[in-house]
Ligand binder design. Structure first.
Ligand code: KG4
Ligand code: ZN
Length: 366
């Protein structure tokens, strides 16, 4: 393991979607300072508007970085490396966050590192503060179920930088499915937490909903059929508000169907990766207690450990970006070229992100 002290404390920035986040970590991964600002302007519009998100990141970053440094009791000159999410995500936000980090790196004459957002999510359960007191640290290899607003996939994490994607969604992400069904039920955005709260008052057996792809080989996911089935059940009510109990029963039945499908897909993923010793869940949907409980049961049945980081580390944050940078540095990797370009799509299998063309001034003929 490489000595990372020359690159720490490091400051990380996350701006790939609608959360502006900053964190400062030391060489052991201890969180010295942390801030997350969730953009609220999207709620009224029922979803993230990329252009609005990018502008809001730009407005928020200067104060957020200052606040995070203050919380860490440090100043910019103490920072030894600047990291930022460079993909995958909304390109406007990625450009804003990575340019800001690069600007700081250049001004402070310190290195820069571009981090894959998914890598951040799936490595975070290894962060020392993600492990509860008395529990063993998470070792490789493990199976990660990443379920967020933008992603839904099963990945075998063999080691830092060695990932195998076993399957993923063929339509909506898990979070999108929760958000869309919540909208149909007249709940606010993001809909996942509101739907889970409503489901507590409903009967999960009230409606028989489909379990898309359940029992099929592999571990791909599909949620559009489930979403359409809920829409059909709501149709007869027209524009009238759904009776409260109907909405609660639909929420509970939908949540149960999602948990059933995910449980089935994870069991398939474990059969495809029988050497893993742990199951971890990451991403915003990991906050869902019904899902967590099902995954915990599966892990127990397979005699492997189960780890779900605290919710604030499951949803988008900058600690995970700083931690992924640290894991890569610990492996002996060097920081990136300052010209590294952000990528809206960046498969985990592509280890080295491409570098933007360096433009050289061309001579204009006299
Ligand atoms: O990871 P995240 O914060 O951001 C993305 O990268 O997308 O995930 C946000 C998603 C939203 O779709 C939200 O509705 C969902 O996570 N979510 C939940 C719950 N809490 C958040 N879904 C189901 N149950 C929850 N308790
Ligand atoms: Zn995310």
């Amino acid at each position: 393991m490489s000595d990372t002290t020359r690159f720490t404390p490091l400051l990380a920035i996350e701006t790939s979607c609608d959360d502006t986040a900053c964190a400062v970590l030391d060489h052991n991964g201890a969180i010295l300072g942390e801030s997350v600002l969730s953009q609220e302007s999207h709620a009224a519009l029922g979803g993230v508007v990329p252009e609005i998100a990018a502008r809001a990141h730009l407005e928020a970053l200067p104060n957020l970085v200052d606040l995070t440094l203050q919380r860490a009791g440090l100043t910019l000159s103490d920072i030894a490396l600047f990291a930022a999410t460079t993909g995958p995500g909304l390109i406007g936000g990625l450009i804003v966050g990575s340019s800001y980090a690069k600007g700081l790196a250049m001004a402070c004459q310190k290195p820069f590192m571009g981090i894959n957002h998914i890598e951040g999510h799936i490595l975070t359960p290894r962060l020392p503060s993600a492990v509860a007191d008395g529990e063993a640290p998470l070792n490789f290899p493990y199976l990660a179920l990443l379920v967020s607003g933008g992603h839904c996939q099963c990945i075998t994490v063999e080691d830092t930088g060695r990932y195998q994607r076993l399957g993923g969604t063929i339509d909506d992400s898990a979070g999108e499915a929760f958000d869309k069904v919540a909208k149909m039920l007249g709940l606010g955005w993001p809909g996942g937490p509101a739907l889970e709260a409503l489901a507590l008052k409903g009967d999960p057996k009230a409606y028989t909903l489909p379990r898309p792809l359940k029992g099929r080989p592999g571990c791909d996911f599909s949620f559009s059929g489930l979403k359409t089935a809920v829409a059909r059940l709501i149709e007869p009510y027209g524009k009238a508000a759904l009776p409260h109990q109907v909405a609660a029963d639909l929420a509970a039945s939908f949540q149960q169907a999602v948990a059933d499908v995910m449980a089935d897909r994870v069991v398939h993923a474990l059969a495809m990766s029988p050497h893993v010793t742990s199951l971890v869940v990451a991403g915003g949907v990991a906050a869902n207690k019904t899902l967590r409980h099902r995954l915990e049961q599966i892990a127990e049945q397979h005699n492997i450990s189960f780890l779900a980081p605290p919710i604030r580390l499951c949803t988008d944050n900058a600690v995970m970006i700083g931690w992924a940078a640290l894991e890569r540095l610990q492996q002996g990797e060097e920081p990136d070229d300052i010209h590294l370009a952000p990528r809206p799509r960046w498969p985990l299998s592509e280890r080295t992100p491409y570098t933007a063309l360096k433009t050289t001034p061309t001579e204009t003929p006299a």
